[in-house]
Design a protein around this ligand. Structure first.
Ligand SMILES: [Zn+2]
Length: 493
């Protein structure tokens, strides 16, 4: 065959024809294509179908594609085609193979292909404090351990290595977007970009001197420089993160909102995490934290509120009216005995509710969204006494498309649909915990583990391949974590 026909022969529609011709050749009769008109028709069809196949950079295929699209389609023997940073096609493998000719492909015929998971609340750099002080009350944990440990150890270097460690764990476990609040968040953003991970990353503003800023005014200026630097970044949404109502003045909270609005970015804040926080606010101001923040105008633009454990009906109505997204953190709420957020009610009201591991230092200790899905569903069941309260489908939505809504990014991420950013994961289903499989959605929530994630793509780039990180130096990060452990332990003596 000529080089041109050889080129055509390898193309997907041509593959079908090749099968036909080979089958015909196996019979004694010469195939119809051997006649002159037949040859002409054959070549015409071959050329037309080849020209019809659009170029793509990647095709990923799997036994099931969980799309989280508006119809919540689960496609058996499905595939997704990617061009550059976005998805161009989602369908059955044969449909996608007929429509697209990909430069590279990854076929996992036994796996589940799903949207990348969306973490709506965490503190990635605190991974270096993992396990520093467990089994304590929130206020004791914060005041006796975390705040002193942070005062003595947090630096730009700490945030760089801690965020690298956090991103490493998150990406290997299928999280493709994370929402962060910490200090030196510009450095966290550099680390996230290096990891190839998407992030909504908020610089923390707090009413006492911390590692990067000594006053809230300094923190606001620092944040503004950070917002300017990461404007229009393809992976990073720089955000403003006043820590909480109880750690900031009203003036700082109002200034934080104004700054977020000036740059059109989200504001990230902790809200009604503990009963004490609510009781103290009620006592001092005769209002719930939600009402106070609303009266200050803090919810006047895109807001992500973490926890929302102690919210009454009036609070929920305010959050709904203002379009505030809630980051539900079941592991953290359980570990710190903070309580159970009224998630079923939030979902019934149509609030945007996502999942966050929070932590990881004493308020969870890992960044595992598979675990958060599982616990979110089970926590509502045990609290309401109804196993139907929060089904697997709702838990998976919270970790994907609803989580994207919390961040105001539902048009870009959270589902596998043409036009959206190519953030997706392939999860293996050949381990003992994964067989047999009757329902892939249920399997994702109740049976599969973060460790089952095999391949991860963020923004069209493969960042995990065969469970190996492609973007970060894993051995070096683990070594640095061990070094920080020695330094941090010594600082607390
Ligand atoms: Zn938090």
């Amino acid at each position: 065959m000529s080089r041109f026909s050889d080129f055509l022969w390898g193309r997907p529609p041509a593959c079908l024809l090749r099968q036909y011709v080979l089958a015909a050749r196996r019979t004694d009769r010469p195939p119809q294509a051997e006649s002159l008109p037949g040859k002409f028709f054959f070549c015409f069809f071959l050329l037309a179908s080849t020209l019809a196949a659009a170029p793509a950079d990647w095709i990923w295929s799997a036994r099931y594609v969980i799309t989280e699209d508006p119809q919540r389609r689960v496609i058996e023997n499905g595939a997704v085609a990617v061009v550059g940073d976005h998805i161009v096609g989602v369908g059955t493998k044969s449909e996608i193979d007929a429509k697209f000719q990909a430069k590279q492909r990854l076929d996992r015929p036994g796996a589940i292909l799903a949207p990348g998971l969306v973490n709506t609340h965490t503190h990635a750099a605190m991974s270096l404090f993992r396990g520093i002080a467990d089994d304590l009350r929130l206020q004791d944990w914060l005041e006796k351990f975390i705040f002193p440990a942070e005062a003595r150890n947090v630096s730009a270097d700490f945030v760089r290595w801690g965020t690298r460690l956090g991103c490493l764990e998150m990406l290997l476990g299928g999280t493709t977007t994370f929402t962060d609040m910490y200090y030196f968040e510009d450095v966290a953003a550099e680390a996230a970009k290096e990891a190839g991970m998407r992030g909504v990353l908020g610089e923390t503003i707090i009413g006492f001197p911390v590692a990067d800023n000594k006053t809230p005014a300094d923190a606001l200026q620092y944040t503004e420089r950070y917002l300017q630097r990461f404007r229009n970044d393809p992976l990073i949404v720089a955000a403003v993160a006043p820590h909480a109502l109880y750690t900031n003045s009203d003036e700082t909270l109002k200034a934080s909102r104004a700054l977020a609005d000036k740059y059109g970015v989200p504001l990230v804040i902790h809200l009604s995490e503990t009963k004490k926080e609510n009781d103290d606010t009620e006592k001092a101001r005769r209002m719930s934290p939600t009402k106070v923040l609303d009266s200050l105008g803090v919810f006047g633009g895109r807001t992500v509120a973490a926890h929302g454990v102690w919210l009454d009906d009036a609070d929920l109505a305010i959050l709904k009216a203002r379009g505030v997204g809630v980051a539900h953190c079941p592991s953290s709420n359980m570990m710190l005995a903070s309580g159970v957020a009224p998630v079923v009610k939030m979902l019934e009201m149509g609030l945007a509710v996502g999942l966050g591991p929070d932590g990881p230092a004493g308020s969870n200790n890992d960044f595992n969204l598979f675990e958060e899905m599982d616990l979110a569903a089970k926590l509502q069941k045990v609290t309401t006494g109804d196993p139907r309260a929060l089904p697997a489908s709702a838990a998976l939505e919270m970790a994907t498309i609803r989580g994207a809504r919390v961040l105001g990014m539902e048009k870009e991420i959270g589902s596998l649909e043409a036009g959206k950013r190519a953030d997706m994961i392939l999860v293996r289903t050949d381990r003992p915990n994964a067989v047999p499989m009757y329902d892939p959605v249920s399997q994702m929530v109740y049976a599969l583990k973060a460790d089952d994630v095999r391949d991860v793509m963020v923004n069209g780039k493969v960042v995990v391949r065969d469970s190996v990180i492609q973007t970060l130096k894993q051995a070096e990060i683990l070594q640095k974590a061990a070094e920080y452990r020695v330094k941090i332990s010594a600082s607390l003596k």
